[in-house]
Design a protein around this ligand. Structure first.
Ligand SMILES: Nc1ncnc2c1ncn2[C@@H]1O[C@H](COP(=O)(O)OP(=O)(O)OP(=O)(O)O)[C@@H](O)[C@H]1O
Ligand SMILES: [Mg+2]
Length: 588
């Protein structure tokens, strides 16, 4: 081969080579190019994708941030709310604690088996429990006496079944055994899921109200009996006036010993009947005692003497040196003390000691029955049979008696007298140990003036006497008595006739020295009006008022009504003579 050929060949080879290379490269470039453009496309898509997912991410982040912020705010609000709830729970707990502590009622919380979980100060006080520890865990029923157990247990069951208990009145026993009345309210407290949890019991002490109610009932009973008793006693007194007057006359003019004895016995029986009538009259409606300021000493001494009359009973009297005086009807006060002393003596059939103690009491607070002030306290005690608790409420009732020969009026009378003297009468008694009756009477502010001066009795009254009485038997016996005492008597049946007689007698120049007038004349002019009319004729008239209602207020205040003497029926000859002496003795 020639060199140009060689050269050519080499050049051709080289050309081919480069062509191949070029081809190769070209193909490669081409494919690279498509790769690249694909790459670019991918890149672009990726970029777009990236951008859009970046946006999404940002949105999501934003969303999340927002949610977190919201949750934070909610959390913060909840924290605040919780804090507030906690403090208000604390406040409300404090409020309820204070409420329980300041409540005037007793509040006790018990579990479903009645065991005490909690109780307030008032409950401790009401039940007389020394300390909270003495009550926690113990049953609320421990203060319910046997007689009330059934009622209380039934009510508790009803509360457990969801009923609200209101105003159940129970007589309960304090820790020290003393009994008291409570009004009980109770309700069941439940858990949030409705399960019963505990029972809240709120009790109020209503002993004072109960006592006042019993007192009111007793007064009402006495009042209605008074209407009846007053009527009977009035008629009875008229009868007794006639009987006693005639007996008196018989005794005075009878020389036969046997007859005298009979009459004396009849007089004694009549006087006992008078005492019984007096007891009845004390109940009488409108009956007011004839009060004057007096020292109870005399009445006390007489009662003590009276108590010692039984052979085997000793009566000891103990009186404070400076004993205050009282404003009282002496007769009625004596009646009260005698009734108490007789009961004390009768309570000790085997004999024993009756103690009468009198002293001064200053009530700074006042009690249920009495306002604050100065009182004279009289206690009558015995060591006798005592009074069972079931009878304690009834002993002051009229006609309540446990004695075969008792009338059951003694304490009813005593109670009634004490009431009309604005005092109180209470009893404290234990079976087989004895009883103490405590009497409180308002004391007088001033010193006792000595007993009213008695006019001297100038023997028998002489002169003319006018008698005004609707009862013919009373008129008749008065005429006989006064005549026997040396007077001239004119007797009429009513006030009008009396005024007429008085006027006539003056006109004739034979005036009456005295008029004895009956206070109440059914269907006619009574004594008060008659004396008023007579006074218009003769301002100097001497008039004595008499009445079968021996505790009529007019008798108590006879001077204020224009009379100068008083003769409660029935009276003995000696009473009549004394009053006449007093009245006529006042004549200058
Ligand atoms: N000191 C006492 N000790 C025991 N029981 C008493 C005492 N005082 C009163 N009682 C009881 O109270 C009842 C009523 O007494 P009250 O004085 O009213 O009537 P009485 O004594 O039975 O009858 P009366 O007094 O009319 O003759 C008595 O029957 C008695 O049961
Ligand atoms: Mg009696």
């Amino acid at each position: 081969m020639s060199p140009p050929d060689d050269l050519l060949e080499a050049a051709l080879e080289e050309r081919d080579y480069y062509r191949a290379v070029a081809e190769q490269v070209g193909r490669k470039v081409l494919s690279d190019f498509s790769d690249l453009s694909r790459l670019i496309t991918t890149l672009k898509r990726t970029e777009t994708l990236l951008r859009s997912s970046g946006d999404e991410l940002e949105r999501k982040v934003e969303e999340r941030t927002h949610a977190v912020m919201h949750a934070n705010a909610e959390l913060r609000a909840e924290v605040i709310e919780r804090a507030r709830a906690e403090s208000s729970a604390r406040e409300s707990e404090e409020m309820y604690r204070l409420l329980a502590e300041t409540s005037p009622d007793s509040i006790t919380v018990v579990d479903l088996s009645s065991a005490i979980i909690m109780l307030n100060q008032q409950a401790l006080h009401l039940y007389g429990i020394p300390a909270v520890e003495d009550a926690i865990g113990r049953s609320i029923f421990q203060w319910v006496p046997p007689g009330e157990q059934e009622k209380a247990a039934l009510s508790f069951q009803r509360v457990l079944s969801g009923e609200i208990l209101k105003g159940l009145e129970l007589e309960l026993t304090r820790h020290d055994g003393e009994s008291f009345w409570a009004s009980v309210n109770a309700s069941l407290a439940r858990r949030a899921d409705g399960e019963p949890r505990f029972v809240i019991i709120v009790s109020t002490d209503i002993t004072a109200r109960k006592r006042a109610e019993a007192e009111r009932l007793r007064s009402q009973k006495l009042e209605s009996l008074g209407v009846l008793a007053g009527g009977i006693a009035h008629d009875f007194n008229n009868l007794l006036t006639a009987i006693l007057g005639n007996i008196g006359l018989g005794l005075e003019f009878c020389s036969d010993d046997d007859l005298s004895q009979c009459l004396a016995d009849a007089e004694r029986a009549s006087l006992r009947a008078r005492d019984l009538t007096q007891q009845l009259l004390t109940f009488s409606r409108g009956g007011s005692p004839v009060k004057r300021r007096l020292s109870p000493l005399k009445v006390l001494a007489e009662a003590a003497q009276f108590g010692s009359m039984g052979a085997n009973v000793r009566c000891e009297l103990q009186v404070a040196d400076d004993l205050w005086s009282v404003e009282a009807d002496e007769g009625q006060l004596a009646q009260v003390l005698n009734n108490l002393v007789i009961n004390a003596v009768q309570a000790m059939p085997e004999g024993g000691r009756v103690g009468i103690v009198a002293d001064n009491r200053l009530l700074s607070e006042g009690t249920l029955l009495l306002p604050p002030g100065r009182y004279v306290r009289i206690r009558v005690s015995d060591s006798g049979v005592g009074i069972p608790s079931e009878n304690l409420q009834r002993i002051f009732d009229p006609y309540f008696t446990t004695k075969s020969n008792g009338s059951g009026l003694g304490l009813a009378v005593a109670y009634s007298v004490v009431k009309s003297h604005f005092g109180s009468l209470e009893v404290d008694s234990q079976v087989e140990r004895g009883s103490t009756f405590t009497l409180l009477l308002p004391a007088c502010a001033m010193k006792v003036s000595s007993a009213p001066a008695r006019a001297r009795i100038h023997g028998s009254p002489t002169g003319k006497v006018l008698v005004v009485d609707d009862d013919p038997a009373v008129r008749e016996v008065l005429v006989r008595l006064l005549t026997a005492l040396g007077s001239t008597v004119v007797a009429v049946a009513d006030g009008e006739a009396g005024v007429r007689e008085y006027q006539e007698a003056r006109k004739l120049g034979e005036p009456f020295a005295l008029a004895i007038v009956d206070l109440t004349i059914p269907g006619g002019m009574g004594g008060r009006e008659a004396v008023e009319r007579i006074r218009a004729i003769d301002p100097e008239v001497k008039a004595v008022v008499s009445s079968g209602y021996s505790n009529d207020p007019v008798l108590a205040e006879y001077r204020a009504h224009g009379f100068c003497g008083v003769l409660p029926k029935p009276y003995k000859v000696s009473d009549l003579r004394r009053v006449l002496g007093e009245v006529l003795g006042e004549r200058p």
